[in-house]
Ligand binder design. Structure first.
Ligand SMILES: O=C(O)c1ccccc1NCC(=O)[C@H](O)[C@H](O)COP(=O)(O)O
Length: 209
């Protein structure tokens, strides 16, 4: 299972989390987030990471130009589109950056037929899906959970990450209901927004063995 820790802002913490066994690190490229990092900061953190780890930039309604520039400067391996990006935009981005993993995030209140139809419209435009919890005023990193029982029947044709309020304490419970290809955590493994706690990541990984 892929394990993505999102909201890395410090090289030392990123390196420690990578060495513990996370398979992906996320960098928040949305300036309004308390976890925001500039492309140059990502490039600096990257120097301390093993080459094998996936490095995902998280964007909210950013332009193609801004995403491409950040991917290049930050040496990213993937982009996560966490805003209202359309299937057409995702398709264009994938054509523009064919070697970069494209992940579309959906902020879900209930997994209604309407939401499933929305997600289905992206199936040929992205590589990977991510389901996060809905929050009325924040795009992500909210600590709010999804209804995992609702997701038991979510079996999309693309690989997908479960996100939203996951913690070392609740991960086993979540995975009893849901079978994602990966998990994505942010606030559940930090001391304060952007200040990750490698001990919490260690505890998380212990729960997964
Ligand atoms: O984390 C942020 O501050 C953020 C800001 C804007 C867009 C996305 C953001 N985070 C995206 C993530 O991938 C988080 O890991 C995801 O929302 C789960 O967060 P949490 O509920 O705190 O585990």
């Amino acid at each position: 299972m892929r394990i993505k820790i999102c909201g890395i802002t410090q090289a030392e913490q990123g390196a420690a989390i990578a060495n513990l066994g996370a398979t992906a690190l996320g960098f928040i490229c949305s300036p309004s987030s308390p976890r925001y990092v500039r492309a140059e900061q990502i490039a600096n953190i990257r120097e301390y990471l093993p080459a094998s780890i996936d490095r995902i930039g998280v964007f909210v309604n950013a332009s193609m130009e801004e995403i491409s520039k950040t991917v290049e400067i930050g040496d990213l391996t993937g982009v996560q589109l966490h805003g209202d990006e359309s299937p057409e935009f995702c398709q264009q981005l994938r054509q523009h950056l064919p070697d970069i993993e494209s992940i579309k995030a959906f902020r879900v209140r209930h997994l209604s037929p309407e939401v499933l139809n929305t997600i289905a419209a992206y199936q040929s435009s992205v590589d990977t899906l991510l389901l996060d919890a809905y929050h009325p005023t924040q795009w992500g990193g909210t600590g709010h959970t999804l209804n995992w029982q609702d997701l038991a029947s979510f079996l999309p044709p693309l690989p997908w990450f479960l996100a939203g309020g996951l913690t070392p304490e609740n991960i086993q419970h979540a995975l009893q209901h849901v079978s994602p290809d990966g998990i994505d955590l942010s606030s559940g493994v930090e001391r304060a927004p952007g200040n990750k706690d490698p001990n919490k990541v260690k505890y998380l990984l212990e729960q997964l063995t």
